[in-house]
Design a protein around this ligand. Sequence first.
Ligand SMILES: O=C(O)CCC(=O)C(=O)O
Length: 291
Amino acid sequence: MGLNRQQLSTLNSQGYLVVPNFYSPEQCQLLKAEIRQIIRAEMDVNSRGRQMSATFNASVEVEKQNIGNYFIESGDKIRFFYEEDPDKENNEMFERPLNKIGHALHWHSKIFRKLSLEYCKTSSILRSLGFIKPSICQSMYIFKREKVGSAVRPHTDGTFQISTGAVVGFWVALEDATIRNGCLWFEPGSHQKEIQSFYERTDESNFETMKLRNPQQYDDSKFVPCEVKAGDLVLIDKAVIHKSEQNTSEKPRDAFTFHVNENYNADWSKLNWLQPTGRSASFPVVFDDSI
Ligand SMILES: O=C(O)CCC(=O)C(=O)O
C-alpha cells in the first residue's frame, strides 16, 4: 500500500503525485455525510446564540494580516470559515457559502480520524516516504462550492507550515476535480527551489498579527492542471508551488486535506500560526518508529 519506486520517482521530480483510489466511493460518502452532520450540529449551536465564525479569502495577497483569534486558535478545534461576500451586501455570515472547516477534524471526529491519522494507507505512504515520527498538524474540509468557491492563490505549503523537517500534504478529492470546478494546478519541479516566503507571527507572544516575509510573484504560464477522480489522493511536497482557480461550474468540488510533519530531528517554527496548543503539547502522532 506504500508508494512504489515509480511513484517515488515522480514525486521527487515533480513535487506532487496522484495516487488513485486512496478512498473508496463509500469512504468519500462517509466523509461527506460526516461533514453535513458537523455543520448541522454547528448550526444548532448557533441558533441558540453562539456567533463564532469568520470569512476566509485565500485569493488575497497576505502581506500583513490581523487575523484574529478565531482563526489562530483553530488549530485544535473544528471551526467554520465562509466565503467573503464579493458585493459585501450580505452581512449574515451563516447565509454565505462555506469556504472550509478546520483545522482539527482528525482530533474531534471519529470518522475523519479513522480516515487520516489511523488510516493504514496514510502510514504505509508515510513509511515509504521515510517518515520516522510523523504527526498530523492540521486537517481541513474544503468546499469550493459551485459558482462561488473562490480561488486559492499560488503558494507553497512550507510558507504556512515552517519546519526544518519534511512536511507533506495529503489532498483527497471527494468529487471529481476538473479545470471547470477548480482542480489543483502545479508548477512541476518547483519544489527543487528553496521556499522563499514565510507566513509568520510578528513575534512569539503575539497571537494575532501575521506577516508574509518576502512575498513572491509566480508565473501563471508555468502551471499545469491536475484533474483527478473522486477518491484520488494528491500528495504535495511542502516546497511545490500550487494553486486552484475559482469554481465556475455547476458542480461542487469538495476535498479533504491533511498535512503531515516529521518530528524526528526536526524543528517546528515557534513563529508558525499553527501551534500544538490546547488539547496537547504536540500534534497527534501517526506512528513513532524512533523508539
Ligand atoms: O483545495 C484547494 O483548492 C487548495 C488547497 C491547497 O492549496 C492546500 O491545501 O495547500
